[in-house]
Design a protein around this ligand. Structure first.
Ligand code: MG
Length: 304
């Protein structure tokens, strides 16, 4: 395991308050082709994530530090999250669908098409407190045979959808991004933040996070405002802490943004970062999916 890991860079006093002074970035496992979609299960004290090109999901056991294969084949799974009942919700590239793994281990397909057309390749997913499931659907899983199977899109764009699993109702909630990717709600669920990684397809397009106000009905979104532009590479996936700070991948680092959009700190990782999530039973351990490795850093805040 790497012992030469860099330490966080404090750009603003607000970040210093979030960092444990002597806590080190920890290198927990390696040997993956492209890691994304970390999701922490407090009941079992383990982290699940996706190694997309290797068509497998991995599990880090926090009780003994071991890493093992959780699911193979995984249908080139990407984003994962945990719903309010503690069930795993997964985006799958190969099968172009969103699934839920039930407590008995069976897999339920929640959605695989919109208005009769297959999704592109669901990428990232969050569950709101009302049980609704919000997910992005860019084309990375059908652009080539590396993270799925190459195919022509059936839908005329890359959108974000809201699914009500109780009724099966599926609505298109974000039509105005190029390649919507990571997404997460603010702690009070009044804002949905969405990353756009469209610079992978449109040269010169800024890599951004936009903030969409959630309507009073909790189900639709208002006009977005620009939140941040990535200084290197793009934002892929992110999570918020209890104070509403955004901890996001950004090139070869994790970047922290205050709710006002100020970049307040950087955690250099040394390889491209895909996604992050808060874990540990107190949600004060930031898990980081680097391209080839899993890392963590204990912090002085807690996941939202
Ligand atoms: Mg992603």
């Amino acid at each position: 395991m790497r012992a030469d890991l860099p330490t966080p860079v404090i750009l603003d006093p607000r970040f210093k308050a979030l960092i444990v002074g002597h806590a080190k970035l920890e290198h927990l496992g390696t040997g993956y082709r492209w890691s994304e979609g970390p999701a922490y299960f407090p009941a079992g004290r383990y982290l699940i994530w996706s190694d997309i090109p290797n068509n497998r999901m991995m599990r880090f056991d926090e009780t003994d530090g071991s890493v093992s294969v959780f699911r193979h084949p995984s249908n080139n799974s990407n984003g994962n999250t945990v719903d309010a009942q503690g069930r795993l919700v997964t985006c799958e590239h190969l099968t172009r669908r969103v699934t839920r793994t039930e407590h008995n281990g069976s897999v339920t397909v929640l959605a695989d098409r919109f208005e009769g057309k297959r999704f592109n390749s669901p990428n990232d997913v969050v569950v709101k407190s009302d049980g609704s499931i919000w997910f992005s659907d860019p084309t990375y899983g059908i652009d080539s045979d590396y993270e799925g199977i190459r195919a022509e899109p059936e839908i005329d764009g890359s959108y974000v959808y809201r699914l009500d699993p109780a009724t099966g109702a599926l609505t298109l909630v974000i039509p105005d991004r190029v390649k919507p990717n990571g997404l997460a709600f603010s702690p009070d669920e009044r804002i949905l933040y969405v990353a756009d990684t469209g610079n992978t397809h449109v040269p010169g397009l800024p890599a951004t996070i936009h903030a969409y106000p959630v309507a009073a009905n909790g189900q639709t979104l208002g006009a977005p405002t620009h939140f941040a532009t990535c200084p290197e590479g793009h934002f892929d996936g992110f999570r918020l802490d209890r104070e509403g700070n955004i901890w996001t991948s950004g090139g070869r680092s994790v970047l922290c943004y205050a709710p006002d959009g100020t970049h307040i700190g950087t955690i250099p990782v040394g390889e491209i970062v895909g996604n992050v999530c808060f874990g540990g039973i107190r949600k004060n351990r930031l898990f980081i999916c680097g391209q080839t490795s899993l890392y963590s850093l204990y912090v002085k805040t807690n996941g939202a």
